[in-house]
Design a binder for this molecule. Structure first.
Ligand code: GRF
Length: 214
């Protein structure tokens, strides 16, 4: 990456943006190296994440599916913007729209997502936001956590990059478990994965398993 300059990242968001904030802080503090956050893109104009980006002097834009006639024209517009930014890596940080297939194809193993459970538990269709933690508590698991993975055509099924476990505590509610998983897992492993990718240390082998070089 050195001759090329910093890795250019587009962060896609839908909501509060605490994971985005963890990324911005890690860049500022040198825990993510050789990386420039080129843009924050939201599907929702009211996402507080956009405000966090603007305050940080980062280009922030809304591209909303409702502004397009079809799923295909939305996908094309989003891809055009990502291409225009010369994006090396797309980071989904609480992005609640399924990534259009033309983007998944063009950015193979260059899109990562943070999921608030230990994949393959509590993942796939319907498992987003608090639903994930409701399901984990309902099942009575003693440990949950978070996963950073590459995004492929199937929801939550791409190669796993990093996972961090978090203990479930007596009396947890979906909200308390969500918060503990964010603090102890998501806000740590998402910045860590970006730093590893920027350092060129992450690759995917023939079994679709991630190898992290020392
Ligand atoms: C996080 O729990 C993340 O794992 C999930 O959506 C939530 C986003 O929160 N995919 P935030 O917008 O980063 O605060």
């Amino acid at each position: 990456m050195t001759e090329k300059g910093p890795m250019r990242v587009a962060v896609l968001v839908s909501g509060g943006g605490t994971n985005l904030q963890a990324i911005l802080d890690a860049v500022d503090q040198g825990r993510i190296r050789n990386t420039e956050i080129a843009a924050v893109i939201s599907n929702n104009k009211d996402a507080y994440a956009l405000e966090r980006a603007r305050r940080h002097g980062i280009y922030a834009v809304t591209i909303a599916p409702s502004g397009y006639e079809s799923r295909a024209s939305y996908g094309a517009a989003l891809k055009e913007e990502i291409d225009r930014l010369h994006t090396d890596l797309i980071v989904l940080a609480g992005f609640l729209v399924q990534v259009p297939k033309e983007i998944v194809e063009a950015y193979s193993n260059r899109i990562i997502n943070i999921h608030p459970a230990l994949i393959p538990s509590f993942s796939g269709k319907g498992y987003y936001g608090l639903h994930v933690h409701e399901a984990a508590l309902k099942r009575g698991v003693k440990v949950s956590g978070a996963t950073v993975h590459f995004v492929d055509a199937n929801l939550d099924e791409g190669p796993i990059i990093l996972q961090q476990s978090v203990a479930v505590e007596e009396g947890d509610t979906p909200e308390t478990l969500q918060r503990r998983i964010m603090e102890q897992a998501e806000w740590k492993i998402l910045p860590k994965a970006i730093d590893l990718i920027a350092a060129g240390r992450v690759s995917v082998d023939g079994r679709n398993h991630v190898i992290i070089r020392e």
